[in-house]
Design a protein around this ligand. Structure first.
Ligand code: NI
Length: 190
């Protein structure tokens, strides 16, 4: 089932998520729904708060970008989609890298964000098997963006005060529900 996506200004995007404590048919259904929702919106990642949930859970699917990847990056990519339950970023490289980001919860806005180039993440996969992964390039970028969502952090929180001021009106409009996308949104009109 495709779930409506919460938009910038929605308090659900600012919650502190909680660890998933047990597997259940409901959790597996939520994961399936999130994958369907992400694909329906042509996204490459989606975190639980974006569909109004508080589980520490996000998904990533870079398969739409396979053609754009260097052969080595493609070869190193784990099977997609990936499910991250109770994730923890346990190491970050000192080296940072710039990358342009967008977010399904902030339609039509893209901004350069600086983040660590490489990370190590520990998590449970959807079968509740513990996993540890060293990642770089696009996968590291998307994982860090989605991980932020579990902490109530959005990519526009990372940009300069100057850049944010330029976006102020558009972000305020979104907060008021004045926003459109070609996928279902749950706009919270105040
Ligand atoms: Ni996002």
């Amino acid at each position: 089932m495709i779930l409506p996506i919460r938009v910038y200004g929605d308090p659900a995007l600012r919650v502190q998520t909680e660890d998933v404590t047990e597997d259940s048919p409901e959790l597996q259904q939520l994961i399936d729904d999130m994958i369907e929702t992400m694909r329906g919106a042509a996204g490459i990642g989606l975190a639980a708060p974006q569909v109004g949930r508080t589980e520490r859970l996000f998904i990533v699917d870079l398969s739409p970008l396979l053609d754009e990847m260097a052969p080595e990056e493609r070869a190193a990519l784990p099977p997609q989609p990936m499910v991250f339950i109770n994730p923890d970023i346990v190491w970050e490289s000192e080296a940072d890298v710039e990358f342009e980001e967008g977010c399904l919860s902030i339609p039509d806005i893209r901004e350069i964000v600086i983040r660590p180039e490489q990370i190590r993440i520990e998590y449970l996969d959807r079968h509740f098997e513990p996993q540890a992964l060293d990642v770089d390039a696009l996968l590291a970028r998307v994982i860090q963006h989605e991980f932020d969502h579990l902490e109530g952090v959005l990519f526009v929180d990372h940009i300069s005060a100057f850049r944010r001021r330029l976006l102020r009106r558009r972000l305020r409009d979104m907060t008021k529900g004045n926003v459109e996308a070609d996928y279902p949104l749950a706009t919270s009109v105040a």
